[in-house]
Ligand binder design. Structure first.
Ligand code: PLP
Length: 391
């Protein structure tokens, strides 16, 4: 193994789960655990210095998604942002009780929708096709006069498939329905200019873009009627009260600034590495497929199935070789069920069980990809040799 492979100890290809915090982010956060401890709401300079830095951080987040700083509400992450968007709009509206979302959302949205259904809301879950794509005619038909909110993810966390959320938001806007997108996996990986869209709310999360965990944001377009999840002080116009997670916000702002600076150069490099990995594994390993639309995908993600072997076994063998990735088969993500995303796509069970998600980042090196290309086919061959289903 080269030094690059050993650093920071694993070939880390699980960046859709979480990302390595950038050193610049850590550096920006550190003073906020030391000398810069003031409360940003305080009148004195100890607080004022911190308040100014929070303003700057908010502006960086806004710039990354092409919005205004006043439209950024800082939250504890993607899950809170998803909850706040959907529940906040329903709460503010009062009358309408119909929610439209998809079968392949992250639990941040799906569990919220399920909870709302238990509270008497009517929830429509849109299907996807075999490539993980939505049917826009079915979407148009799903919208009703009593639809309170639509929530559709920008990029799927398991397959990387991108949904046409800008078009979908425009359709919702024409019908007067607020549109939320969970863009936790998209922000920092693809250009986003919210001002040029009809998207009303967007969730993002710090730890998916080389920032800290436990901090994120909800973009709320000016004029959107939305109620808070929490009640308390005046912070963030009362929409998300509570003394701010200052180090987290500073880290998020720094990560957002760097993500935007790197977008033009870093993203094509990551895409090229992802394609190299995917094409090499497809060529070297029989009975292998890519799950999801290969043309409309995040640049860093590939979800591949290796028929007749278990994802768990693949992950364990990869772990021995110090390669980190994840699987859509059962038990690998604390779930007893295999991936709801791959099931919604109709991927056969023999393929779901052998699915592996490789997700790269700007820290991924060519040597690391070559290391995986060298060793991964052997793992599959070994496991198939002991599989009762492989002939
Ligand atoms: N939405 C998507 C698409 C995600 O991938 C994730 C995290 O995996 C979340 C929401 C939740 O974000 P957080 O971990 O910040 O709560």
């Amino acid at each position: 193994m080269t030094d690059a492979v050993l650093s920071p100890c694993f070939v880390y290809l699980d960046n859709n789960a979480t990302t390595r915090v950038r050193p610049e982010v850590v550096e920006a956060m550190l003073p906020h655990f030391g000398t810069l401890f003031g409360n940003p709401s305080s009148m004195h300079t100890c607080g004022g210095v911190v308040a100014t830095q929070i303003r700057d951080a908010r502006a960086h987040v806004a710039r990354l998604v092409g919005a205004e700083p006043e439209e950024i509400v800082i939250t504890s992450g993607g899950t809170e942002s998803d909850n706040m968007a959907i529940r906040g709009v329903l709460e503010a509206d009062g009358g309408k009780r119909h929610v439209v979302t998809t079968k392949v959302e992250h639990p941040g949205v799906l569990s919220t929708a399920k909870w709302l259904a238990g509270k008497g809301c009517d929830v429509t879950l849109l299907d996807v096709d075999g490539a993980g794509r939505l049917d826009l005619d079915a979407y148009r038909r799903a919208l009703r006069p009593d639809t309170a909110v639509v929530s559709v993810m920008w990029a799927n966390n398991e397959t990387g498939v991108l949904f046409p959320v800008e078009e979908m938001a425009a359709i919702a806007h024409d019908r007067g329905v607020p549109f939320h997108t969970d863009a936790v996996q998209a922000v920092g990986k693809i250009p986003i200019r919210l001002k040029e869209t009809a998207i009303g709310m967007l969730s993002l999360s710090g730890h998916k873009l080389h920032g800290p965990k436990g901090v994120g944001a909800l973009y709320v377009r000016s004029g959107t009627r939305i109620a808070p999840l929490l009640y308390g002080g005046h912070q963030q116009q009362g929409l998300r009260p509570g003394t701010e997670n200052v180090p987290g916000i500073i880290g998020l702002g720094t990560a957002a600034r760097l993500a935007l600076e790197e977008m033009a150069t870093g993203v094509p490099r990551v895409r090229a590495l992802r394609d190299r990995l995917e094409n090499a594994l497809l060529a070297a390993i029989p009975r292998t497929a890519v799950n999801g639309d290969r043309d409309r995908r995040l640049p860093n993600t590939t979800n591949m199935s290796f028929e007749f072997i278990e994802g768990e076994a693949i992950l364990l063998r990869m772990n021995e070789l110090r390669i980190a990735a994840s699987s859509g088969s059962a038990c690998t993500s604390g779930s007893l069920e295999p991936s709801h995303v791959l099931r919604a796509m109709g991927v056969p069970f023999t393929m779901i069980h052998g699915s592996v998600r490789f997700s790269l980042s700007t820290f991924t090196t060519a040597q690391e990809i070559d290391y995986v290309i060298e060793h991964f086919p052997g793992i599959v061959a070994d496991l198939r040799a002991i599989s009762p289903y492989w002939k």
